[in-house]
Design a protein around this ligand. Structure first.
Ligand code: ADP
Ligand code: MG
Length: 410
């Protein structure tokens, strides 16, 4: 199996030695050029497992490289090389974060190579609740380059489009934006993701735990592949099975499953039970589909209030569903307090037809406008397109610097 590529940004003499040591060990070494090109390189090459960068010679350049390695949903493990003095000045004896480590000069190319190996091994471990364990099986080197963003889809009201949004967004990210997506059906009561995708008789996480399987490969270990490349994991097939889902264990598995994917999309059941609270706590984003009707808007307002108590408001974005009904997005933002990430128009019977064929609207009806809505939403989630709010700010609707307005009722 190919070893991951290692990006190096070091002074020329040092680079020569380090690169030849790493190449001998079988790594492909990529030299980081000017920052613009570097960003493009990171986007294009998903097999970059680690970066070695100079942490002191040109501080601004290092900072920019470092940002590129950690922005945009990326989290490339980084080894920062600096002198002992600079290291002490940094007071960096504590780690900056999980994936950044320091290496002090002077050093030998061989010692650096071993540190690189160790970091790559650490990047492959995850904690399933029993302490760090090494992911089993051969690991795709691309898995090291990026860790998934965890996106929960939630609204405490049923019928607003949670499952529709989760499924079609996941398919868009997987098929049209070439992300590796794990779609998780956490609605153990009304959930029907697997059947709507035509997947029958899937093994569930609850089945695996009842049989004492440890899920060494995280949730991917029980995931079923759909023809469109999506991987789908179902927590439980029967409502009564829900009891065997330990919320904390599941939350740890979510974090553990970030390794091999770019996005984890979770469809939640509409309640405030311990499973959902554990998922809220672990996720990066909560998408709240809201239809322009009073019951759905009220449910969203209620959730926004609770989210304040839970300290997770900054993760929330609204997705206005069935948006072409005359109610303005601005009004819905003002009423719910939630910034809108995007809008999905009504697709009429397209959703029913797609589900009957075991597929999604975005696959089955690629030229429909509603498919474009999902693509725009996916791009905003990936930050490839400006958020709606900043557009409104450009139009002067949001007041000074586009800062968020006070929600009316929150
Ligand atoms: N934008 C839309 N256009 C047309 N039908 C939709 C749209 N969004 C949802 N639906 C339909 O509304 C129903 C409820 O949606 P669903 O995603 O199951 O809601 P939830 O998961 O919140 O209970 C489904 O029949 C779905 O096909
Ligand atoms: Mg649902």
């Amino acid at each position: 199996m190919a070893r991951p590529a290692v990006v190096c940004a070091l002074p020329p003499d040092e680079l020569k030695l380090v690169a030849s040591g790493l190449r001998e060990a079988g790594f492909e070494v990529l030299e980081a050029g000017p920052a613009d090109g570097f960003d493009a390189l990171l986007r294009e090459r998903r097999d970059i497992g680690l970066a070695v960068i100079d942490g002191e010679t040109d501080f601004n350049a290092s900072l920019e490289l470092y940002s590129n390695l950690h922005d945009d949903g990326r989290d490339v493990p980084t080894l920062m090389v600096l002198s002992q003095r600079a290291f002490e000045r940094l007071n960096a004896s504590q780690q900056a974060d999980d994936t950044t480590e320091y290496f002090t000069r002077p050093y030998s190319a061989e010692s650096l190579r071993w540190r690189v190996e160790a970091m790559l091994i650490r990047a492959q471990t995850f904690d399933d609740g029993s302490g760090p364990i090494l992911a089993a099986g051969e690991l795709d080197p691309r898995a090291l380059a990026r860790r998934a963003m965890i996106v929960a889809v939630f609204n405490p009201k049923g019928g607003v489009g949670k499952t529709t949004l989760a499924t079609n967004l996941a398919a868009t990210l997987q098929m049209k934006r070439h992300q590796r997506v794990l779609l998780i059906d956490a609605d153990t009561v009304t959930g029907h993701i697997a059947t709507s995708l035509g997947l029958e008789q899937v093994e569930t996480v609850a089945d695996a735990w009842e049989q004492d399987h440890t899920l060494a490969q995280g949730l991917a270990g029980v995931a079923t592949s759909h023809a469109n490349g999506l991987r789908v994991a179902v927590l439980a097939a029967r409502p009564m099975q829900t009891e065997s889902i330990d919320p904390q264990r599941l939350a740890d598995h979510l974090s553990g499953s970030k390794l091999g994917f770019d996005a984890l999309i979770i469809d939640l059941h509409p309640d405030y039970g311990p499973l959902n609270l554990a998922i809220f706590e672990r996720c990066d984003r909560i998408l709240v589909p809201v239809t322009p009707d009073i019951p759905a808007i009220r449910a969203a307002v209620q959730f926004f209030e609770i989210a304040g108590d839970l300290g997770i408001r900054d993760r929330i974005s609204m997705v206005v569903n069935r948006a072409n009904s005359g109610v303005s997005v601005d009004d819905m933002e003002r009423t719910t307090g939630m910034p809108a990430l995007g809008t999905i128009r009504s697709g009429g019977f397209l959703f029913v037809r797609a589900a009957n064929e075991g597929t999604t609207v975005v696959e089955r009806f690629p030229r429909e406008k509603v498919t474009e809505d999902f693509e725009r939403l996916a791009d905003r989630l990936l930050q490839r397109e400006a958020p709606m709010a900043s557009r409104a700010a450009e139009r002067g609707l949001f007041g000074f610097l586009g800062r968020q307005r006070e929600p009316i009722r929150a």
